[in-house]
Design a protein around this ligand. Structure first.
Ligand code: 6MZ
Length: 345
């Protein structure tokens, strides 16, 4: 099975760019700074970026956000952001990912505007498509810690860039510290994005917040991320669970992320089982492969081992994931690529 999960063509639908930056990529970014003569203090922190097994620095999901800031400081220049995107896409490609929707929050830094941030990622995606066979798209993130006015600004930029680069910018999403902000405040902005043709995915139920979970499901996003606290056994209620079961909204599942942020106690008690048994579509994703020291193949492997899924079930999950990609008209091509490889083996 080990080789099987590695060799199976895979789909990644939940990967935050800055959280996905691996240690080798960080080292290359630091080399970039050294070669450009720019002073960079990340050297001292690089070993602190990743969360190892049983890491005592993590007490809850909120603690993990401080780790990402190290990567974010390394991507504050457009050239470095582009390099980080190219290298991260290359890593996904090398382990058998054939389609990825990379997500990232546009930031105004001292060296670029939010618009330049978006354009840099688009440029990197276009360049990578000339070099590797991985199909890459961009989901523009809204951080729920941001002010509504900032979120509205990002949605405007997302709508504009979707108009100009429909083949790359495919959606918008809500993420960030789940204890901060309210989805209902961001709802008008997300409605506007949807009306403009962008797909929507929302981090939903990362913590127990019944009211917000119900509001999100009612909004009927194209997908949700995590969905940890929706089943009554995991802090949800009968109402949240039946709302999800009726809606059949696909869930982007990130096993290692949930274990390392202590949202789930261990792999075997992860809510994946509840979702899978209830026939809710699931997509196996990495979330922040750099921070959580994982890979897309490893997440598939852990899922197969933990829940006793055989090769045909793993292929079925992957083929089904193709139904929920945000890019229009790619489903059949992706499913054919997967079937072609699996038939050969
Ligand atoms: C919620 C998360 C997250 O946007 O700078 N992010 N939001 N839950 C999670 N689960 C662990 N992991 C990452 O990537 C980093 C940003 O992604 C969001 C946070 O807002 C984080 O700042 P970008 O590329």
């Amino acid at each position: 099975m080990n080789n099987f999960c590695r060799n199976m063509p895979k789909i990644e639908l939940h990967a935050h760019l800055n959280g996905s930056i691996s240690q080798p990529t960080m080292l290359k970014l630091m080399r970039y700074y050294a070669d450009s003569g720019i002073e960079d203090k990340s050297n001292a922190f690089i070993n602190e970026f990743q969360i190892g097994a049983g890491d005592s620095r993590i007490l809850s999901i909120i603690d993990c956000f401080q780790f990402v800031t190290i990567a974010q400081s390394l991507t504050r220049f457009p050239e470095a952001l582009k390099l980080a995107t190219l290298l991260t896409l290359q890593e996904f490609h090398e382990e058998g990912c054939i389609y990825i929707e990379l997500r990232s929050t546009p930031r105004n830094t001292q060296y670029m505007t939010m618009k330049q941030y978006i354009e840099t990622i688009i440029e990197a995606i276009r360049e990578s498509s000339l070099q590797i066979t991985l199909v890459s798209k961009y989901i523009i993130s809204i951080d729920r810690r941001s002010a509504i006015s900032e979120a509205e600004k990002i949605i405007n930029l997302a709508i504009d860039s979707h108009k100009q680069h429909q083949d790359v910018v495919v959606g918008v999403e809500l993420s960030g510290d789940p204890t901060v902000g309210k989805f209902s405040d961001f709802l008008p902005a997300f409605s506007r994005a949807r009306e403009a043709g962008l797909k929507v995915t929302l981090h939903c139920g990362e913590i127990c917040n019944v009211e917000e979970i119900l509001e999100m499901i009612e909004f009927n996003p194209d997908r949700i991320g995590h969905g940890t606290c929706i089943h009554p056994d995991y802090g949800g209620t009968a109402e949240t669970w039946s709302a999800l079961c009726e809606s059949k909204i696909p869930v982007e599942v990130c096993l290692t992320s949930n274990i390392k942020t202590k949202s789930s106690p261990d792999y075997s008690s992860h809510h994946f089982k509840k979702l899978y048994e209830a026939n809710i579509p699931v997509i196996i994703c990495t979330d922040d492969k750099g921070v959580f020291i994982t890979s897309l193949s490893q997440e598939h492997q852990i899922c197969a081992d933990t829940f006793n899924l055989d090769e045909s079930e793993m292929v079925k999950i992957t083929l089904q994931a193709c139904n929920f990609v945000f890019a229009e008209g790619l489903k059949d091509t992706l499913q054919k690529r997967i079937n072609d490889v699996m038939c050969k083996n």
